[in-house]
Structure formats: structure tokens, C-alpha cells
Design a protein. Structure first.
Length: 107
């Protein structure tokens, strides 16, 4: 039986990078990267774990040049820092909204 509706063809042009930053590190590291199906799996896994997914073809193209497990290059510190600062503010405002909702609850 042929079930074409459940088949999926990965976009071969799709690219994804996963960054990780641990305290004590001088810069974030590339912890996963890939194209096509691997890129889709990286994105899906991030979303499963409620990790923010930022879309920027230009930034991903630059980061794809960095070897796996290497720190991002100094030339990209500013761009990554701006994304992380924006994400921090977003998470902070969402946390404030959740606290506000809880405090307004009659229970």
C-alpha cells in the first residue's frame, strides 16, 4: 500500500545550527549543524524542548563555516549577543506575564 500523504521529502537547502553556551566558556559553541533532513531534525528537537529557533539565512551560512564543537568566531559575537539579549528580554516578559496571570487568579 502506498501512503504518499505520510511521506516527507526534506528540503536539501534547509540548514540549521545549534549553539550552546555554558558559564565559564568565552563564547557559544556549535553543538549541532546540518543540511536537509538533519537540519529539520535539529529544528524539530529544539522545538520539542521549547528551545527558541531563530531564522537567519545569512547568520546560519556564516555559522555553517565553523567546525562542530568550535566556539563561534569573534566576528559573530555582536550578532549572537544581540539575539541572546532579545531572547532574554522575551523570556523575561513572558515570565512576568505568567506571574501576572497567576497573581490575578481568584484562587
Amino acid at each position: 500500500m502506498n501512503n504518499e500523504s505520510s511521506s516527507h521529502t526534506a528540503n536539501p537547502n534547509q540548514q540549521a545550527i545549534a549553539l550552546a553556551y555554558e558559564s565559564g566558556d568565552y563564547a557559544p559553541k556549535i553543538v549541532a549543524k546540518g543540511r536537509g533532513l538533519i537540519a529539520e531534525q535539529i529544528i524539530a528537537r529544539a522545538r520539542e524542548h521549547h528551545v527558541f529557533v531563530h531564522e537567519s539565512k545569512d547568520l546560519v551560512a556564516l555559522l555553517m563555516q565553523v567546525d562542530l564543537d568550535d566556539h563561534i568566531p569573534p566576528a559573530l559575537y555582536q550578532a549572537i549577543a544581540e539575539i541572546l539579549a532579545w531572547l532574554y528580554r522575551l523570556e523575561e516578559s513572558q515570565a512576568d506575564a505568567e506571574v501576572g496571570t497567576w497573581l490575578d487568579s481568584p484562587f
